[in-house]
Design a protein around this ligand. Structure first.
Ligand code: HEC
Length: 207
């Protein structure tokens, strides 16, 4: 993140971040954007470190490889099996088996079928689609972790990141500044210059 920032800023810095002593308003504005992006990225990476998330990790695999025959469209549905909802995917089938037995990949038909090496393999060979080893692993681990589905992302309310606390409260004029300043303070830096009218204008285009 920071390296890209410096390349963009056109300033060559041999070994650190010390040139920030006299940033221009435009530079600060760009810094805000990049810092916010960095904060957003690291926040999402941290909150989902190893846990598998249906919307992010699983839905795309099922959607690409399975929903054509096991999804919402009843006309093209095969084996009377839906995999797009927990209730249907875990419903008992013949011989008391189920496509998904939450927490039990070995008892789940879905896992057997994606790992099959014969004609049982899903998606069927005639689709010319194959799952990668990583995708098979993700699906298996997701079943092992309880096969938690999530509503489609468009129904999930976005989560607002908490505004970080900063020491130099006087410098802060709007919540975006907190993100910038918190990062600078973490790096042991301070935005030397007093805020100027130009900076305020640049930072809040609405005024
Ligand atoms: C082109 C259509 C098609 C696609 C795509 C497809 N399937 Fe199937 N699936 C079938 C058909 C047809 C059957 C029934 C025949 C059989 O059991 O092989 C079936 C059966 C199954 C069964 C067994 C159901 C039972 O009760 O025995 C499971 C589990 C399954 N599919 C999972 C998947 C998964 C997981 C994917 C994606 C990775 C997938 N399928 C993709 C057509 C498809």
């Amino acid at each position: 993140m920071w390296m890209i920032l410096f390349v963009n800023s056109g300033t060559y810095i041999p070994s650190g971040l010390k040139v920030l002593s006299c940033p221009s308003p435009a530079y600060l504005l760009r810094l805000s954007t990049v810092a916010l992006l960095a904060v957003t990225l690291s926040a999402s990476a941290a909150s989902t470190a190893s846990k598998i998330e249906y919307n992010r990790d699983i839905r795309p695999i099922l959607s690409e490889n399975c929903f054509a025959c096991h999804g919402a469209d009843s006309a093209s549905r095969k084996a009377n099996l839906r995999l797009d909802y927990f209730e249907q995917a875990t419903a008992p089938r013949k011989d008391n088996q189920a496509a998904i037995v939450p927490g039990k990949p070995k008892e789940s038909l879905l896992v057997h079928r994606i790992l099959a090496t014969d004609d049982d393999i899903m998606p069927p060979a005639k689709t010319h689609k194959t799952l990668t080893a990583e995708q098979k692993d993700l699906l298996t681990r997701w079943v092992a972790e309880g096969a938690k589905y999530q509503p489609h992302w468009s129904f999930v309310a976005p989560v607002k990141p908490a505004v970080p606390q900063v020491k130099n409260k006087l410098w802060v004029h709007n919540p975006l500044d907190n993100f910038v300043l918190a990062r600078l303070e973490k790096e042991g830096l301070s935005p030397h210059r007093k805020r100027t009218a130009a900076h305020s204008r640049a930072a809040s285009p609405s005024t």
